[in-house]
Write a protein that binds this ligand. Structure first.
Ligand SMILES: [Zn+2]
Length: 391
């Protein structure tokens, strides 16, 4: 491992965001436990003029905080929950006791994404007192259920905003998106995901009398071939494209003289923003039924795809690029790689979504960590973006 030396600057608020990062990491918050993180955030946000609402619903903690009353509505979204640390004995330092060694900050959530929260809190403390509350409305939308099934987290928050008639113009998500240093990569979309189980019915019988049975595996293989022959788009520069993978085939216990009477096919699709869940399901169903009209499909784990595009005028992508250039001297890669994210709940035709955070190389791993310079750079970028939003 190469160690980048890091000298603490004397005139920045590193101590702010570092203090916040440590305080948040020190709270044990495996999904959906918030353990006081949102109270911690709200205490500082209220001091900056935010109005904070804290709602616990189905065991999930959600924080909705609002600053200002400008026409443009911008949200910072994120989560206080973390994934399980796994075996504690494998950690170099206890996962819920933040520790710094060689300028590297260790702890569960050090990358995903307590440092994202800490950097934005530090940025708000730095610049919001100098900004005009009439220039834009700034929301913090924070949940404790991002890593879990996410039913009562960001999805619920979005419904609350919709019911109140709040339409977000922009949404910045503090998830870890960088590959080696903060600012090298931002996400402007994510592929969607959908799983399914196909139930295939045949007629069980003795293998020696094939005319009297209807082999369900033979039926299933025609369905599988039909799905593999589906002509997906090949992707483009922005999206890796759509693909379907068969993940399991099960005809139950077997003996070598019985043709099985039923078979299950499991599959998963990763799809780009040219599909919605509705159009994707229609395409798969059509293909399955054309191979076997008696087959049925049960869908599971649906996640919409999203993709934001650069636009004239107010453009969150352009603001992020400018802030990153000023902080790092380089422009970021615009990516849509990785799994699904809460961005899917906020992205619409009207709402631009950008995910921008620290490096994700150690997320969900033993000894999760980031370099302190990545935390400071993120606070600089966020502060720059807040100032741009006020122009
Ligand atoms: Zn995360």
């Amino acid at each position: 491992m190469t160690i980048r030396p890091f000298i603490l600057p004397s005139n920045t608020s590193l101590t702010y965001c570092l203090t916040h990062a440590k305080a948040l990491i020190n709270k044990h918050t495996v999904t959906p436990n918030d353990n006081g993180c949102q109270y911690y955030l709200a205490t500082y946000l209220q001091a900056l003029g935010f109005t904070c609402e804290h709602v616990v619903i189905h065991g999930v903690s959600n924080l909705i905080a609002r600053w200002g009353q400008g026409a443009r509505h911008v949200a910072f979204c994120g989560h206080t929950d973390v994934v399980s640390p796994g075996p504690l004995s494998h950690w170099r330092y206890p996962p819920f006791e933040a520790h710094i060694e060689n300028s590297q900050l260790y702890g569960r959530g050090a990358a995903d994404m307590k440092t994202g929260l800490a950097a934005m809190l530090g940025a708000c403390q730095r610049v919001l007192p100098g900004l005009n509350q009439d220039d834009f409305t700034f929301w913090w939308l924070i949940t404790s259920d991002e890593e879990g099934d996410a039913q009562w987290g960001s999805k619920w928050i979005k419904q609350v905003l919709d019911e109140r008639g709040v339409h977000l113009d922009m949404c910045l998500i503090g998830e870890p998106t960088a590959s080696s240093a903060t600012g090298d990569t931002i996400k402007i979309g994510r592929r969607g995901a959908l799983s399914g189980t196909i139930d295939v019915a045949g007629k069980q019988g003795h293998v020696a009398y094939p005319h009297s049975c209807d082999n369900a595996i033979h039926r299933a293989s025609r369905i599988v071939q039909g799905l593999l022959d589906l002509g997906w788009d090949g992707g483009d520069l922005d999206f890796p494209g759509t693909s379907l993978q068969i993940t399991h085939i099960d005809s139950g216990t077997f003996t070598d003289n019985i043709a099985p009477g039923k078979c299950q096919i499991e599959f998963n699709v990763r799809f780009d923003a040219t599909y919605t869940l509705t159009t994707l399901k229609a395409a798969v169903l059509e293909r399955v039924l054309s191979a076997d009209n008696d087959a049925t499909i049960r869908w599971s784990r649906p996640c919409e795809a999203y993709q934001s595009h650069a636009r004239e005028g107010d453009c969150l992508i352009a603001m992020a690029e400018a802030a990153i250039y000023r902080a790092t001297g380089r422009y970021p890669l615009l990516s849509t790689s990785g799994g699904t994210s809460d961005g899917r709940f906020f992205a619409t035709e009207e709402t631009q979504v950008v995910e921008l955070g620290v490096p994700n190389t150690t997320i969900h791993q033993i000894n999760e960590s980031i370099h302190l310079s990545d935390l400071l750079t993120l606070e600089d970028i966020y502060a720059d973006m807040l100032v741009q939003l006020a122009r």
